[in-house]
Design a protein around this ligand. Structure first.
Ligand code: SF4
Ligand code: SF4
Length: 379
C-alpha cells in the first residue's frame, strides 16, 4: 500500500483494556495515578493512538481515558478509537444511546476512529436489521467520528464478504501475531491478506497474544533468548507485526510502566525481522507445538447434558494455553470471561455425564478441578 489512512501514525498504540488496578480491587478499580504515568511516558516518546471500548473495565476504561488523557493533553496530541458493543444492541435507538454515553464518559466531542466491536458472521443479521451500517455512516456525516471501521474475530471468508458489501469501511482491527499467523482458527495471515486485497489498512490487536508471547514456555523462550539475550520476548512479537505493510498501528494492552518503556523502546527505529530471525521464531513455535496438551477436539459433546452449563472445551483451551505459554494472568482473565455466562469449573457436581459423552475419554471432572484451582484462585 502506498498512501493510506494512518500511514504516518506512530506504529505503537495504547490499548486501554488491561489497565493497572488497585491491589485487592476489581477490574473496575483502575489505578489512575499509574495510568497517568504510563500515558505521560507514552506521549512523551512520540506516540499518539489510544484504543478503548464501551466494554473495557466495565466502562471505566473510557473514563480513565478522560482523566488521564483528554483532560490533561490538547486534543491534537492524541487520537482515540472507541467501539460500539453489538451485544447491547436490541434496536436502532440503542446505537445513539450508547454513543452519547461514550462521548460523555470519555469527555470527547468526536472520535478519530469508530468501530463496530468484534463483528463476525453471527452479528451480520443484527447489524443489517438494526441499521448499524447506516448509523456508522451518519456518525461520520455528523462530524462525530472521523473514520469508520470494525474490529473482527472471525474467519477470512467472512471478512471478505463484509468488506465487499461495505466499501465504506476505512480500516479494520485484526488479531495478528506470529503464533496465530497460520492458525486455522484465527486465520491471521488470511485476514490480513484479505484486508490488503480490499486496500483497507489494519490496526493490529493482540500482537503479543494477550501477553502469552511475552511469557512463553521456558523451552521456547530459551530459543529466542539464546539468539538475542538483550531482546525482550515481547519485542520479537512486536517486530513481527511491525514488519507488515499497510499498518495504522500496533496496539498493546499495557498494564505497567515497564511495558510502556519496553514497547516504546522496541518501536523506536524498529527494524523488520530478518529471514534468520523468522527462522528462530519458527523454531520456538515448533517447540510450543510439541508441548503435550489435553487432547480435546472441541466437539462440544460434553456440554449438551451438563446441568451446570460449564463451557468445558473453552476451559480446556485455556488450560492448554497456560501449559504452552505459562501466562497465568492472561489465561485466568480469559477464563473469567468465558465462565461469565456459563458455569465456573468449581460448579461441577461430578455427575460425569460429560465423561460418558467425550469421544476422547477425557477425565473432565478432574481437569475441571485443576482449572478451578488454577484460574479461580488467580481471579
Ligand atoms: S460432571 Fe460436571 S462438567 Fe460434567 S456434566 Fe456433570 S456438572 Fe457438567
Ligand atoms: S467432549 Fe471431550 S473432546 Fe469433545 S469438547 Fe468435550 S472435552 Fe473436548
Amino acid at each position: 500500500m502506498k498512501d493510506y489512512l494512518g500511514k504516518n501514525t506512530p506504529k505503537l498504540g495504547f490499548g486501554l483494556m488491561r489497565l493497572p488496578t488497585i491491589p485487592g480491587g476489581t477490574d473496575q478499580d483502575i489505578d489512575l495515578e499509574k495510568v497517568k504515568q504510563m500515558v505521560d511516558l507514552f506521549l512523551e516518546r512520540g506516540y499518539t493512538y489510544f484504543d478503548t471500548a464501551y466494554l473495557y473495565h466495565g466502562g471505566k476504561s473510557e473514563e480513565a481515558l478522560r482523566e488521564a488523557v483528554v483532560k490533561r493533553y490538547p486534543r491534537d496530541k492524541f487520537t482515540v478509537t472507541d467501539k460500539m458493543p453489538l451485544w447491547d444492541i436490541k434496536g436502532e435507538a440503542d446505537y445513539e444511546r450508547i454513543f452519547q454515553t461514550q462521548l460523555q464518559r470519555t469527555g470527547l466531542e468526536y472520535f478519530d476512529y469508530y468501530f463496530l466491536h468484534g463483528i463476525g458472521e453471527s452479528q451480520l443479521e443484527l447489524i443489517d436489521k438494526t441499521g448499524g451500517w447506516d448509523y456508522m455512516k451518519k456518525l461520520k456525516e455528523r462530524g462525530l467520528v472521523k473514520h469508520i471501521g470494525f474490529s473482527f474475530h472471525s474467519p477470512a471468508a467472512c471478512l471478505d464478504k463484509i468488506l465487499t458489501a461495505h466499501p465504506e469501511t476505512e480500516l479494520v482491527q485484526l488479531q495478528i501475531n506470529y503464533a496465530d499467523w497460520e492458525s486455522e482458527k484465527v486465520q491471521a495471515r488470511l485476514c490480513y491478506e484479505t484486508a490488503m486485497k480490499h486496500n483497507v489498512p489494519v490496526t493490529i490487536m493482540e500482537p503479543v497474544r494477550g501477553g502469552a508471547l511475552a511469557s512463553m514456555h521456558p523451552d521456547a523462550a530459551k530459543i529466542l533468548k539464546d539468539y538475542a539475550p538483550d531482546a525482550s520476548l515481547a519485542s520479537w512479537a512486536i517486530r513481527f507485526c511491525a514488519s507488515l505493510d499497510g499498518l495504522i498501528t500496533i496496539l498493546s494492552g499495557m498494564t505497567t510502566l515497564e511495558q510502556v518503556d519496553d514497547n516504546t523502546k522496541t518501536m523506536k527505529d524498529v527494524k523488520p525481522l530478518t529471514d534468520e530471525e523468522r527462522e528462530v521464531i519458527a523454531k520456538a513455535l515448533k517447540v510450543i507445538d510439541s508441548i503435550p496438551v489435553i487432547p480435546c477436539t472441541g466437539c462440544k459433546y460434553c456440554i449438551t447434558n451438563c446441568p451446570q452449563h460449564i463451557p468445558t472445551p473453552a476451559i480446556i483451551e485455556q488450560m492448554n494455553e497456560y501449559t504452552k505459554y505459562q501466562n497465568l494472568t492472561g489465561a485466568a482473565r480469559t477464563y473469567g470471561m468465558i465462565t461469565m455466562m456459563g458455569g465456573k469449573a468449581s460448579s461441577c457436581v461430578d455427575c460425569k455425564s460429560c465423561e460418558e459423552h467425550c469421544p476422547q475419554h477425557l477425565e473432565i471432572t478432574s481437569i475441571l478441578k485443576q482449572a478451578a484451582e488454577l484460574f479461580e484462585k488467580k481471579a
